[in-house]
Structures are given as C-alpha cells and as structure tokens.
Write a protein that binds this ligand. Structure first.
Ligand SMILES: NC(=O)c1ccc[n+]([C@@H]2O[C@H](COP(=O)([O-])OP(=O)(O)OC[C@H]3O[C@@H](n4cnc5c(N)ncnc54)[C@H](OP(=O)(O)O)[C@@H]3O)[C@@H](O)[C@H]2O)c1
Length: 276
C-alpha cells in the first residue's frame, strides 16, 4: 500500500518502536499525527520526519492518561481521515499491586487498554466507509506470562492481543487490517528506569534483544501481506500469523513451545527472573 498523504496516528512516537513507525511512514510521505510527553524530543522527531518526506506532522503533547489529552487524540481519530492507527504508547511500572499507589495502575489501564479501544472505535468508522485501513496495536509477549511486579502491564498486553484478534475478524469483511504486534525484548527507552539498563540488555539463552527498526519492518511486512490477502479475496478469514505478529525467530519459538510447558515451571521462571 502506498501511504502518500495518508493520515497516520501514532501514539508514543518520541522514542523506540513508535519513533521507528514515524520514520517508516515519514519516508512514505504520510501525514503524521504523533503523540508523546517529551515535548522537545517530539519536536526533534517532527523536524526529522519532515526532512525525510512526511507531508505534514502534527503533535499532541501530554500524558495520555489525562482525559483532555486522550480526548484530543480521540477527536483526531474520529474527525480526520485517519487510515492508519498505531496504538503504541506504553510504559513500565514495577511494583506488586498491594504495594503500589492506585494512580499508576489506573493510568496503565487508561493508556494501554482504554485508549486503544477508544481510538480503534473512532478510526474504524472512517476505515469501514473507505473499505480500507490498518490498525496496529502494540502488545507484548509479556502478556502471555505472569510477571510479579508487572500485573497491570501483563494484563493490559494480554487484553490488547485478544482485542486485536477479535477486531481483526470484525474488520476484515470491510477491508481493514488489524494487527497485534507482540514483541519480546526490544532496545528502546522503555527500560530506562532500571539501573544500568543499557548494560543489562544482553542476549541470554532464548532471550534475544531486537532493535526497534527490525520490529517495525517485520510488522509492516506482515501488514502488507495481510492487506494483499484481504484484497485478493474479500470476505476471507484472516490467518492468525497475519494477525498476531511476533518479531524474531527466538521469540516465535518461545511462543510456540510455551503452551506445552507446565505453567508452574513458567511461574518459577517468572519469579526468579531479574527485573528488566
Ligand atoms: N521495549 C520492549 O522491550 C518492549 C517489549 C514488548 C512490548 N513493548 C511495547 O512497545 C510499546 C512502545 O514501547 P518502547 O519499547 O518503544 O518504549 P519507549 O521508547 O519508552 O516508548 C514509549 C512511548 O510511549 C510514550 N508514552 C508512554 N507513556 C505515556 C503516557 N502516559 N502518555 C503519553 N505517552 C506515553 C512515550 O512518550 P514519552 O516518553 O515522551 O512520554 C514514548 O513515546 C509499548 O506499548 C511497550 O509496552 C516494548
């Protein structure tokens, strides 16, 4: 698909995976709407995107857990002719539920569960009318395990994967592709609160760190494959491998074997895992 002059909304585009999506769509000549909290960083991303060919770049700066900021993005998704939506914004908050303040827990629900639902709902109306569109919801392989200290993170990522699979089935008859992008470990700013996080990003066994641009290339290849398949035979049921995208061979292997590993062993591994 050519994305020239297509309006693309990307939440969390100031670094990491969202930034790489912004770079991809900028090179395609799209009209970008980018969000993030770090205003100066986003302004730099805007300059870079325009230099690389973006037709226009609008910024929404602020915390997406706050109602006015979330509503602003939702209005854009509903009122502009958005044909690509990337629900990517996410953060880590490490604490056992019993020891946590309620605010970060609820903020995580707002940013990583509620907002993607609101933006999908808003953008899908237009996409259905146009008979085309692409929604990428960024989940995580962490959404398939239990990780002490990250209950809300794990729960929201599990939610995103199931939500996206169901939306993919609902949207396919209208020519709209929905993808659950489900990465393992990725080198981004995500783990910046962890002490010495750069040094700790080492491959160990089946734990393989990926670069964000490789994750985005994998996502976009899969999106194109899914779009062609839908176009070649409208009404076709999407294949799961075109809906749930797991970048990286080691990650796909882990995902394939994990249903056969006794859950208690998975619990043990999760409990023994150092924080990352
Ligand atoms: N890195 C990994 O290992 C990994 C693995 C699996 C899945 N993921 C998922 O990938 C997605 C992108 O993360 P990343 O790894 O690229 O990390 P990142 O570099 O930290 O990027 C996260 C983006 O989300 C934005 N964001 C976070 N919380 C926000 C809030 N409350 N309001 C507004 N914007 C917010 C950040 O903007 P500001 O910082 O400017 O606010 C930033 O642009 C997340 O959903 C994450 O869960 C990451």
């Amino acid at each position: 698909m050519h994305y020239r002059n297509t309006t693309v909304v990307i939440t969390g585009a100031s670094s990491g995976i969202g930034l790489e999506f912004a770079r991809f769509f900028a090179r395609e000549g799209a009209r970008l709407v980018l969000t993030g909290r770090r205003e100066a960083v986003l302004a730099q991303v805007r300059r870079e995107a325009l230099d690389h060919g973006a037709a226009s770049v609008d910024l929404v700066v602020g915390d997406l857990a706050r109602a006015p900021v979330a509503s602003e993005v939702e209005t854009i998704a509903a009122e502009r002719d958005v044909l690509v939506l990337v629900n990517n914004a996410g953060f880590s908050h490490y604490s056992a539920v019993a020891d946590a303040e309620t605010r970060p827990l609820l903020d995580m629900l707002a940013v990583q569960a509620q907002l993607p639902v609101r933006l999908c709902h808003a953008a899908l109306q237009r996409m259905k009318r146009e008979g085309r569109g692409l929604i990428i919801n960024v989940g995580s392989l962490a959404g398939r395990v239990a990780v002490p200290g990250s209950a809300l993170y794990v729960a929201t990522k599990c939610f995103i994967e199931r939500l996206s699979e169901t939306l993919a089935l609902e949207a396919a008859p209208h020519g709209v592709v929905v993808q659950a992008l489900t990465p393992g470990y990725v080198r981004t700013d995500f783990h910046r609160d962890v002490e010495n996080y750069r040094e700790r990003r080492r491959n160990r066994g089946l734990i393989r760190w990926m670069d964000a641009d490789a994750v985005v290339r994998c996502s976009m290849r899969a999106a194109e494959r899914a779009r062609r398949r839908l176009q070649s035979r409208p009404g076709r049921i999407p294949r799961r491998r075109d809906v749930v995208i797991i970048p990286g061979t080691a990650n796909r292997f882990l995902a394939a074997i994990s249903p056969f590993v006794p859950r208690t062993l998975v619990y043990r591994a999760a409990a023994a895992r150092p924080r990352m």
